[in-house]
Design a protein around this ligand. Structure first.
Ligand code: GAR
Length: 220
C-alpha cells in the first residue's frame, strides 16, 4: 500500500468486539497504517457496533436470520462489504461458517483470528477442550481464510501456558490478551505489504512462514 492511500479494512464481527477495539486503538495510536472503512455485524445490538460508532466508523448490521439460506446471506454480505472497497477483510469474532463462494472471493485478502493453536481445536469451546485434553499450553492463531473451516495458512500464533486450576474463563482471558497483540501485528504486516498469501502459504518479508506462522511463545 502506498503511504498516501492507507490499506482499507472492513471488519466483520458478531459480538463484543474486543479485537476490533484493539485494531481501533492501534490505528488511533498511529501504530496501524489502515483506514477502517466499515464494521459489519451479523447480529444487531452487539457491543462491537457501539465501539465502531464511538470511533466514528460506519457500522452496519446484516442480520443472517433474515435470509433463507447461507448462500443468500453470503452474497448479500459480499455486496455490502464490496460497497466499501476493502483491500483487506478482517474477521474479528465473526461466528459464521462461510460459503466457498465467499472465501474464494476474498482469497488472500481475508484474515481470521481463532482461539487455539491451529490445527488443534478447530470450531468452538477451544479453551475447555484444551483443558480437558490435559494440554500444557494453548493459544491463538491469526490465519488467512480459505474454504476449509479454521484451516487456512497460519500467519502468527501466540502460545500461552495452561496453569493448574485454570478454567475456560481464566484461560480465555490470558489468550485474549495475546489476541489483542497479534491481530494488530498481522494486520500491520498485511497493510505495509510485508505479508501475503501465495500458493496456499503465508509469506512474510519474502520468506515462507512455518506451519505455525510466526510464533510468539508466552509460556515462559
Ligand atoms: C475471540 O476470542 C476470537 O478469537 C473468537 O471469538 C472471540 C471474539 O471476541 N473467534 C472465534 O472463535 C472464531 N472461530 P471479541 O468479539 O471480543 O473480539
Amino acid at each position: 500500500m502506498s503511504e498516501t492511500k492507507p490499506c482499507r479494512v472492513v471488519v466483520l464481527i458478531s459480538g463484543g468486539g474486543t479485537n476490533l477495539q484493539a485494531l481501533i486503538d492501534a490505528q488511533q495510536a498511529g501504530q496501524l497504517p489502515v483506514e477502517i472503512a466499515a464494521v459489519i455485524s451479523n447480529r444487531p445490538d452487539v457491543k462491537g457496533l457501539q465501539r465502531a460508532t464511538s470511533a466514528g466508523i460506519p457500522a452496519d448490521v446484516l442480520d443472517h436470520t433474515a435470509f433463507a439460506s447461507r448462500e443468500d446471506f453470503d452474497r448479500a454480505l459480499t455486496t455490502l462489504i464490496d460497497s466499501h472497497s476493502p483491500d483487506l477483510l478482517v474477521l474479528a469474532g465473526f461466528m459464521r461458517i462461510l460459503t466457498a463462494e465467499f472465501t474464494g472471493h476474498y482469497l488472500g485478502r481475508m484474515l481470521n483470528i481463532h482461539p487455539s493453536l491451529l490445527p488443534k481445536y478447530q470450531g468452538l469451546h477451544t479453551h475447555q477442550r484444551a483443558i480437558d485434553a490435559g494440554d500444557s499450553c494453548h493459544g491463538v492463531t491469526v490465519h488467512f481464510v480459505t474454504a476449509e473451516l479454521d484451516g487456512g495458512p497460519a500467519v502468527v500464533q501466540a502460545k500461552v501456558g495452561i496453569k493448574a486450576g485454570d478454567t475456560a474463563e481464566t484461560l480465555a482471558q490470558r489468550v485474549q490478551q495475546q489476541e489483542h497483540i497479534i491481530y494488530p501485528l498481522a494486520v500491520n504486516w498485511f497493510a505495509n505489504g510485508s505479508l501475503h498469501m501465495q500458493d496456499g502459504k503465508s509469506i512474510l518479508n519474502g520468506e515462507l512462514l512455518p506451519p505455525s506462522g510466526h510464533l510468539i511463545d508466552c509460556t515462559g
